[in-house]
Every structure is written in structure tokens, then in C-alpha cells.
Write a protein that binds this ligand. Structure first.
Ligand SMILES: Cc1ncc(C[n+]2csc(CCOP(=O)(O)OP(=O)(O)O)c2C)c(N)n1
Ligand SMILES: [Mg+2]
Length: 666
């Protein structure tokens, strides 16, 4: 880390009687400190915090609220702009999406009131930590002095008087602190920044601020508020690890890359392309890694795993060496450890975090993805896969791409069977893909669309695909779309949201209206949980409780008529522009109109109804979800038989990456 003196000391004025200090409340000190934090990578600097998202209550209105007001009124360049959100969980989603789009170099702080305001952020905290995305959470706490306790919304735990609801953030945060005294603040903030800007550690950072402490004054050393530049490092690989990895790769006949989110965060796309072009090694992508190679590149085999393409999955199945780059090997990526079936398969894992590099017993190349790929390309000079392997990639890809084409433009026998006013999901995704600009961003998180997007979406820009699938959190979509658009207003953002996810968190449409943020929301109405409905059917549970239906008077079950929900009217009531479409031509026009809508005109919602029984092409893959071992239902018993067949193909992947020549012979 490198620091430079800050000339701007806007806000409160130094007290001449205590030279070198300034008297501020804890809230004011937090705001002033956060506004002075910067990141730097590859010589490029940006502010660590784009601003502060918040919802005020008695926990933060007088502390951080007063400080943010004072900051706003003072003006000047080094401020912390405040944005009022509608739901605390959504604030965190917005911040995460923003940070992901900024390759983790810039994020937001989130302030919430005591109790429910703070605990509403827990889901967001988990999402940030699971996805390894930096976000600063500032939950308010009940009085540190406790003199008037229990205060409104205070949790009274009989066995421990110092426990508050904010302790629930501990397991969800990569760093947690509670500032019970002003003196503790500098260390809490510095530690928080350290974790936020460390690619290995990063995730949710939580600094709990009791409501009284936020408003308490203290004489702070002025140095605390000097501008700080946190260098986001690019750790270099060990030479011996590169040599070992290169030896394993050169000995492989069917090597295969699994590209994860780390490729994007490191900005390693060009290095990956150079590596693949030199060696001819094909690439399959996880959800976070999708777009690591652009659609159409000869080595780009698209998605791998449970929602993968048949091309990537065929190559993964046969691979004798898998090179994971920046992937955490989630179960969707490994098809619950059934994706790699070559008996001799071994793993080389390039990852900045040793936690991930060590997975599947791989050879660990602990380093920044760009640096490691560049070193590997150099070490592999002269190595290339056999021409037949390149040909196989091309052939597999042609086959898969034809299926995508058919999903985008379904044949007449499929479309004619649809009810009036209803489209296939493939048609919707296809039209959005074809009519969006290459630089536009598609955002999604839960339901059936993430899987379909993973398989079908043609990514043409490194930042063009943004599906949150580490936590796959229903409700991320709209705030996530706002976050992406705020990070980069030069791109249109297409938020793909199902009716279930929409109902869980539609309210940030109001925030988009307030901030005039143009997001194009494609609201896909299929009257319930298409994804979980299909899963339920596959597992023998007969789509139980997954459709949005009346409780039938005769059966007493939730299988009556469809509910008369009218989501287009709901979106309209929030102030969004809404376009309702009933056929592909109307959808095409709606997408064009939405793109042509004013850049500062707020959200445009396209409401479209789809048929949940038309599925995306099969990836020939599996996902491990348990089935009841004993059951009174035939459907469950049959599903359990299928389950055991798949389960038998699951592999432990514990073999060492390379044999120790000094070890005993096997
Ligand atoms: C917060 C949250 N709760 C529950 C789930 C489990 N879940 C995954 S998808 C889904 C249904 C999504 O419905 P919808 O948005 O309508 O999409 P569809 O499945 O119809 O495509 C549910 C309940 C989840 N991922 N996130
Ligand atoms: Mg749905």
C-alpha cells in the first residue's frame, strides 16, 4: 500500500488548540475516512467507494445520517454520495453487482438501522462472501452504554449480555468488528479496507456501529483522513509450480480449461486467449467465468457442468488434465463431480486463493490468473494439442451451436403448440441476445433462466454476462441491474427476472425511478417456479407447491386456477415504463423501443409470458440433489432409482496431481 497526502480536508475544521487532530463524531469520521480510500491496479486508480447506500432508522439517522447530510451539503470532489434504497438486502445486491462489474476494485458502503434493518443485510453479506465480492456493511447496533436497555429492536439473550443481532454477521463476513468505543474505529476501518482490497480475502466486511457511538465525538488524528491508495496485487506464481504445471500440460493429450470468475476479476481474458491460441486447449466456463473467451472463438466451448453445453461437457468427460483458472469448482461447474470421467484425470489449478487452488487435489499454482497464464504460455512454448483434438472441438461446437439456434428460433411445431400470447423462454433469450449490443450486459440470478443463459447466451464482451450463481439469490436481479448500470452507464443492462424472483424483490424499481437509472427489465411470467417445478418433477415430488395457484376448494391443495396477479401493473405502479408483449414481433419491437428510451429515463419493464414446459436443450449432465430413500409414492421411488445410477458416477478426485518418483510403485 502506498499513501499520498490529501489536500482536501472538507467537512469539519481542525481544532487549532489540538493541532493535528480534528473533532468529529464517529459517523462523521467514518464518512470522511471512506471518501478518502482509493484502489490502484496496473497503475490505474479509482475510489474504493462509489458512495453509501442506506435506509435510516433510529439506529443511524442521527449518526451516519447526520454525517452523510453534512458531507452532501459540504460538496466537493471527495464526497461519499448517498443513495436511498428500498430494502437493505437489495442495497447489498446493488453494491455487489457494482463491485463485480468493476472487477472488485470499487464498491459501496451500506448503512442500515438497528435490528431488522441490519439483519435484512445478512443475505446480502452471505452473497458477497460466497461470490468473493467486496462490500462494506455498516449495521447499526443498540446502545453500547446499555443504560436505557432494552431499546427498541434489541435482542436480549439471557446467557450473554453483549450479544446483539449483529453477531449473526460473523460467519458471513470476511472481517467483522464492533466499535464500542471511538478509539477502536481506526483499526476497524484499516482492517476492513485491507480485507476489501485483498483478492484472496475479499467478501463482506462488517463494521457494526452502535447507535450512541455513531453520534459520539472524538479528537481524531488528521492523518487518519489522508488519502490512502490500496494497491490490489497480482501475486506471481512460484517458478517451480509453473514448471510442474507446464510438465503436466505438455504430457496431456486431452487438456481442458475450466475458466471461472477469477479470469474476469484479474482481467486475464487476453492472457487466456493467448494461452488457448498457442496451445489449442479448449475452454469451458463456469457461470462467473462465462465470457472468458468470446462466443465464436475456436477454443470457446461455452458453459461447462450441469448447465453446460454438450461440447464442453463431452471434452470435460474425456479430459486427462483439467486446468482450473480462477474457479471455485462449485457443484454446477463439476456437475457434482461427475463431469470429469477420464480415469486418469488430474487437475492443475491456477487461483489467487489457496483454498480454491487446492480443490480436487490439484497441483496448486497460487497466483493472479493473468500472471500465471502468461507464465504458463511462455513455459509451454512449442507445445500444441494434436490437430485431431482441435477438429473435435470445432465439430462439437458446430453441433451445439445448431441447438442454440433452434432454441432461439423454435420450429413451427413448437410455436404452434403454444397458447395465445405465450412465447418460449428460448425465443425470449434469443431475441434479447440478438437485439442487444455486444457491450450490453445481461443480469440474472435465480430460477430457470440462469441455466438457460449459461447454455444459450452468446457473450460478445468480457463484461457482457452477469449471472450471480454463487448464492443464486432470488431478488438479486433488479438491484443487481441497477448496480451494473451505475457502474457503467455506457452499456444497456438487460435484467432477466422470473415472476417468482420479481415478487420477492420488486421494490428497487422505485430506486431506479428515483435515480433515473435505465435498466431494461425483461419480466418473464410463467406463473410460478419453472425451475424448482421441473426439479421437483425429476425428483419425484410432482411439482408440489411450485405453481402460483389458488388453493382448490375441493382438494384443499394449491392446484386450483392460476392466481390473477398482474405484474405489469405492479411494475407500472412503481413508476416504471412498462411494455406488454404477446408475440415475438412485439417483443422485438419492445426491445428496440427500450433500447431507444432515454438514457436517464429510469427503468423500462418488458412483460412477457412464457411456457414453462418448453425446455432449453439438454446438456447431458447432472446435478446432485438428494431424493428420499424410502417413499409411499411411485414417482419418488422411480426418481430414487435414477438417483442411484447418477450417484454411482460421482468421483472423489483425490489422486495427487503428479506421481512422486520416489514414492512406492502403485
Ligand atoms: C431467496 C431464494 N429463495 C429460494 C430460492 C430457491 N429457488 C431457486 S429458483 C426458485 C424459483 C424462481 O422462480 P421464478 O423467478 O419465477 O423463475 P422460474 O423458475 O419460473 O424460471 C426458487 C424458489 C432461491 N434461489 N433464492
Ligand atoms: Mg416463474
Amino acid at each position: 500500500m502506498d499513501t499520498v497526502a490529501d489536500s482536501a480536508t472538507s467537512g469539519a475544521v481542525a481544532d487549532p488548540a489540538t493541532s493535528g487532530t480534528v473533532r468529529l463524531t464517529v459517523g462523521q469520521a467514518v464518512v470522511r475516512f471512506l471518501a478518502a480510500q482509493w484502489t490502484e491496479r496496473d497503475g490505474e486508480r479509482r475510489r474504493l467507494f462509489a458512495g453509501c447506500l442506506g435506509i435510516f432508522g433510529h439506529g443511524n439517522v442521527a449518526g451516519l445520517g447526520q454525517a452523510l447530510l453534512q458531507d452532501e451539503l459540504a460538496g466537493g470532489p471527495e464526497r461519499l454520495p448517498y443513495v436511498l434504497a428500498r430494502n437493505e438486502q437489495a442495497m447489498v445486491h446493488l453494491a455487489v453487482a457494482y463491485a463485480r462489474h468493476e472487477d472488485r476494485l470499487q464498491t459501496w458502503a451500506c448503512t442500515a438501522s438497528v435490528g431488522p434493518g441490519s439483519t435484512n443485510m445478512l443475505t446480502g453479506a452471505a452473497l458477497a462472501t460466497v461470490n468473493r465480492i467486496p462490500v462494506l456493511l455498516l449495521p447499526s447496533g443498540t446502545f453500547a452504554t446499555r443504560v436505557a436497555g432494552p431499546v427498541l429492536q434489541e435482542l436480549e439473550v439471557p446467557y450473554a449480555a453483549d450479544v446483539t443481532v449483529n453477531d449473526a454477521f460473523r460467519p458471513l463476513s470476511r472481517f467483522f468488528d464492533r466499535v464500542d468505543r471511538p478509539e477502536q474505529l481506526p483499526a476497524a476501518l484499516l482492517n476492513g479496507m485491507r480485507v476489501l482490497t485483498d483478492p484472496v480475502e475479499t467478501g463482506a466486511v462488517t463494521i457494526a456501529l452502535p447507535q450512541d457511538v455513531q453520534a459520539e465525538a472524538y479528537d481524531w488524528p488528521l492523518e487518519l483522513f489522508e488519502r490512502r491508495v490500496w494497491r490490489v496485487g497480482r501475486p506471481l506464481p512460484e517458478a517451480a509450480d509453473v514448471a510442474d504445471a507446464a510438465a503436466l500440460i505438455s504430457a496431456a493429450r486431452r487438456p481442458f480449461v475450466v475458466a471461472g470468475g477469477g479470469v474476469h476479476y484479474s482481467g486475464a481474458e487476453d492472457a487466456l486467449r493467448a494461452f488457448c491460441e498457442a496451445t489449442g486447449i479448449p475452454v469451458g466456463e463456469s457461470q462467473a467465468g462465462k465470457g472468458a473467451l468470446p462466443h465464436g472463438h475456436p477454443q470457446a466451448m461455452g458453459a461447462v457442468g450441469s448447465t453446460g453445453t454438450t461440447a464442453a461437457n463431452a471434452l470435460a468427460r474425456e479430459a486427462d488434465l483439467v486446468i482450473g483458472v480462477g474457479t471455485r469448482y462449485g457443484d454446477f461447474t463439476t456437475a457434482s463431480r461427475t463431469a470429469f470421467q477420464n480415469p486418469g484425470v488430474r487437475f492443475v489449478n491456477v487461483n489467487v486463493a489457496r483454498l480454491d487452488a487446492g480443490k480436487l487435489a490439484g497441483l496448486q499454482v497460487v497466483a493472479d490468473a493473468r500472471e500465471a497464464l502468461t507464465a504458463l504460455t511462455a513455459a509451454l512454448e512449442g507445445y500444441e494439442v494434436e490437430p485431431a483434438y482441435r477438429e473435435r472441438q470445432a465439430e462439437l461446437w458446430r453441433e451445439w451451436d445448431a441447438r442454440v439456434e433452434a432454441a432461439y428460433h423454435p420450429p413451427a411445431e413448437v410455436t404452434q403448440a403454444l397458447a395465445a400470447g405465450v412465447l418460449t423462454q428460448g425465443t425470449v433469450l434469443g431475441l434479447v441476445n440478438e437485439l442487444s449490443d455486444p457491450r450490453d450486459v445481461v443480469v440474472c440470478a435465480a430460477g430457470s433462466m440462469p441455466g438457460d443463459l449459461h447454455k444459450l447466451w452468446r457473450v460478445r464482451d468480457r463484461k457482457g454476462y452477469h449471472v450471480e450463481y454463487g448464492y443464486s439469490c432470488m431478488g438479486y436481479e433488479i438491484p443487481g441491474g441497477i448496480g451494473v448500470r451505475l457502474a457503467d452507464p455506457s452499456r444497456d443492462v438487460f435484467v432477466m427476472v422470473g415472476d417468482g424472483s420479481y415478487l420477492m424483490m420488486p421494490a428497487e424499481l422505485v430506486t431506479a425511478v428515483q435515480e433515473r437509472v435505465k435498466i431494461i427489465v425483461v419480466l418473464v411470467q410463467n406463473h410460478g417456479f419453472h425451475s424448482i417445478g421441473s426439479l421437483s418433477e425429476e425428483l419425484g415430488s410432482q411439482r408440489f407447491g411450485t405453481g402460483y395457484r389458488f388453493r382448490d376448494e375441493a382438494t384443499g391443495r394449491l392446484d386450483g386456477a392460476r392466481l390473477p396477479v398482474y405484474l405489469a401493473a405492479s411494475a407500472r405502479s412503481f413508476g416504471a415504463t412498462v411494455i406488454e408483449v404477446r408475440d415475438p414481433q412485439e417483443l422485438e419491437q419492445a426491445i428496440k423501443d427500450a433500447k431507444a428510451a432515454p438514457a436517464d429515463g429510469g427503468p423500462v419493464v418488458i412483460h412477457v409470458e412464457t411456457d414453462p414446459t418448453v425446455h432449453a436443450p439438454d446438456s447431458g449432465s447432472w446435478w446432485d440433489v438428494p431424493v428420499s430413500e424410502v417413499s409411499e409414492l411411485d414417482s419418488t421411488r422411480r426418481a430414487y432409482e435414477r438417483y442411484t445410477t447418477h450417484k454411482a458416477t460421482q468421483r472423489p478426485h483425490v489422486a495427487p496431481a503428479s506421481r512422486d518418483p520416489e514414492g512406492p510403485a502403485r
